[in-house]
Write a protein that binds this ligand. Structure first.
Ligand code: PAF
Length: 284
């Protein structure tokens, strides 16, 4: 069932709670693809009732980013989520989420602010304020739904670490479940933003996964020096690739690594046809 109001979610949740049911939440910004489908499937397997939120969250977009262009495909999203077994699709408007007339700025709106060490690197470096917006909306969704479990994709690895951190630090009574990256057969990690790419762009975008797969293969052959592993990326890059970062960090606390080990997460961000793409791989 599709609902747009917070009160409608709360009514459903109160009823389910009364029946002692376990509730799962899959937060999304819509434009659902097979990656989201895998999260919903996992939620359906784990929980008695599943809520999928579909909300393009204005406060996590930085000035000049694609908030207005972000694909909005609600009818298809509802169809897909329900076909997998979601019980409720919550698609609020910004006014419903933040209050009509509320200025969306942290001088008048309370935010959940994740620790500087976790956000001042990787995507947070170029997307200043992005993770404040993510944590704020995710905290609101946790409170609105009172879910027992929330499901997030490993594709947004920095987001996942930061959400786990604020949930632990602020004692949110919810379990975070991380789900593996879903890839096209070509290796390209699924993303709603792949829709912006042409067919040629999609081929050029394969460089992200190729670099990561090759780094993992080199690590498995015994190369652990991060500078040497980073070097291996250059042969893949052409003038079609505008690399933002390739970083090696600890999978739990995002501490930089100089020597790779089984806890190392390798993350990449690169623009192809002006589209900012991210991907990552765990070396273990
Ligand atoms: O990963 C996303 O799609 C978004 O950042 C999230 C978690 C739904 C918050 O808007």
């Amino acid at each position: 069932m599709l609902v747009h109001k917070i009160s409608e979610v709360k009514d459903a949740v109160n009823k389910w709670r009364g029946e002692g049911l376990k509730i799962g939440l899959v937060p999304t910004m819509g434009a659902l693809h097979a990656g989201h489908a895998s999260l919903i499937k996992k939620a359906v397997e784990t929980c008695d009732k599943v809520i999928v939120s579909v909300f393009v969250n204005p406060i996590q977009f930085c000035p000049g980013e694609d908030y207005n262009e972000y694909p909005r495909t609600l009818d298809k999203d509802v169809e897909l989520a329900e076909s997998i077994g979601a019980d409720l699709i919550f698609a609020p408007t910004p006014d419903e989420m933040y209050g009509a007339g509320q200025r969306l700025s942290n001088d008048t709106l309370a935010y959940v602010v994740p620790p500087f060490f976790y956000v001042n690197k990787l995507c947070g470096k170029s997307r200043v304020g992005h993770f404040d917006g993510v944590c704020t909306v995710v905290a609101k969704l946790f409170n609105i739904t009172g879910a027992d479990y929330a499901f997030f994709g490993q594709k947004d690895a920095q987001q996942l670490v930061i959400i786990k951190k604020f949930v632990k630090d602020l004692n949110f009574p919810i379990e975070i479940v991380s789900c593996p990256i879903v890839r096209e057969e070509s290796g390209l990690a699924l993303s709603s933003r792949n829709k912006y790419l042409t067919e040629d762009g999609k081929k050029d975008a394969l460089v992200l996964s190729k670099i990561l797969f090759n780094i993992k293969a080199c690590y498995e052959k015994g190369i652990t020096d991060v500078s040497a592993l980073k070097e291996t990326a250059f042969s893949y890059l052409t003038d079609k690739h505008d690399m933002e970062y390739l970083e090696f960090v600890d999978k739990n606390d995002l501490e930089d690594k100089t020597t790779a080990d089984n806890d190392t997460l390798v993350l990449i961000a690169c623009r192809v046809e002006g589209v900012r793409l991210i991907d990552n791989i765990l070396l273990a």
